[in-house]
Write a protein that binds this ligand. Sequence first.
Ligand code: FAD
Length: 457
Amino acid sequence: MIGKKALQELEAKVGKDKVFADREYLLSYSYDATGLEFLPDAVVFAESGEDVARVMAVCRSHGLPLTARGAGVGYTGGALAVRGGVVLVFTRMNRILRLERESLLVVVEPGVITSDLQAVAEKAGLFYPPDPASLKTSTIGGNIAENAGGPRCFKYGVTGNYVLGLEAYLMSGEKVRLGSETIKNVAGYDLKSLLIGSEGTLAVVTQATLRLLPLPPRRLLFRVDFAALADGALFVQRIIQNHVQPSVLEFMDRSSLQAVYAYQGLALDDRVRAAVLVEIDGSPAEVAEREALFERQVAAAGALDRQRAATAAEQETLWATRRNISPAIARLKPKKINEDIVVPGGRIPEMVAFIDGLAAEFNLCIVLFGHFGDGNIHTNLMVDPDDAAEMSRAGVVLDRIFRRVVELGGTISGEHGIGLSKKPFMRYQFSPLELELFRSIKKVFDPDNLLNPGKIF
Ligand SMILES: Cc1cc2nc3c(=O)[nH]c(=O)nc-3n(C[C@H](O)[C@H](O)[C@H](O)COP(=O)(O)OP(=O)(O)OC[C@H]3O[C@@H](n4cnc5c(N)ncnc54)[C@H](O)[C@@H]3O)c2cc1C
């Protein structure tokens, strides 16, 4: 519970128009995409790095936890104030400060919306590839803190691959500048990379220098439908092994497709059990060469159907199916337990078969889709929290899935982070010694455990 004095200090230091403690605000900033809720004691809208330092000073002197927040569309509870305190929102720090075409870089504040940055880059003939499906809402700060991925990350890599430098505030209120404005940089420990994916537990990011690429002149998008789940999973392998080198390799199972077609008011062909989205980009000559290679794989894979989208409007229609999966499957059951496991590419068919078997054995609705190109399988257990028996079966299945993922050489999270949701499973991937190393690092950055406490481990 925040005291009156602390609240007054916050208002005096950053201004009354940035500090809110009325119930509507606390409720509005109490949840994220997990559906979990934790009421903060105050919500502060940062407008500068100086604001961040001032809020930190008040938090330190009153022992209040501080949790950074972007758009609050995280999937693991990272932005939730589990121990109360201040939620520091970055949506007002949303300026693109500098775009340097010659150096292929852009400097942004953390509250910039991902798709806004992409649009600004495209206008300059440039390309910011990281594209989480939440890109129309998520912020660059949240993307950096989660090291967000997305469909195009198969070819282009994740958010971290595009972060050249960071300005951040430590919980001591001191500012650090990590990384540089160059692609190459091996001077000293790579603290910039330590912050990327640290879920706002080590420092608060106030500025990011991001790398841009030249915009690929041509893009083609395809959707290939299959009569069996395994055929779709094997097709992904064929595309990789035969060097088609797509920028996107996305998988959707029958349940995702059924849900999304119902959501869009369309009818799905009864025979379709899986669909794969494939995007090829590059120069016209490269695209033509890869398209020919791709078509040979489609013919050999015995696909039911294949659609080709060449114009931006046609591509948007195909993308809509993929991007609407999350809201569409949310209608299947009251709760979605959403995991983003990853296995090495060659083991995808084995992992998919394992999950399929568990769904049948435990009578659960498990929806699979995601970035299969990089082994990232979005595994959604659709459950009813009021059905105790179903929840208990889901618990057993989750545990088995995470153990199997680690046995197969994978990871329990490819892009959503650990937050609150995956904390219990960290012990499958890390030894007690490794977890102790994490704790030691946290202590160096935040000795009083005030910055986003209760997350990751
Ligand atoms: C429909 C849907 C689809 C999604 N698809 C994808 C996807 O394809 N790929 C993917 O990777 N993720 C996806 N996500 C998850 C989510 O959108 C990403 O994790 C995204 O990066 C969260 O951004 P945000 O601005 O909402 O961050 P928030 O949820 O507000 O915060 C996330 C974490 O970032 C920290 N944080 C925020 N700002 C800062 C800052 N300035 N400094 C330090 N820490 C900070 C928070 O403390 C928290 O730990 C999806 C989510 C939804 C709801």
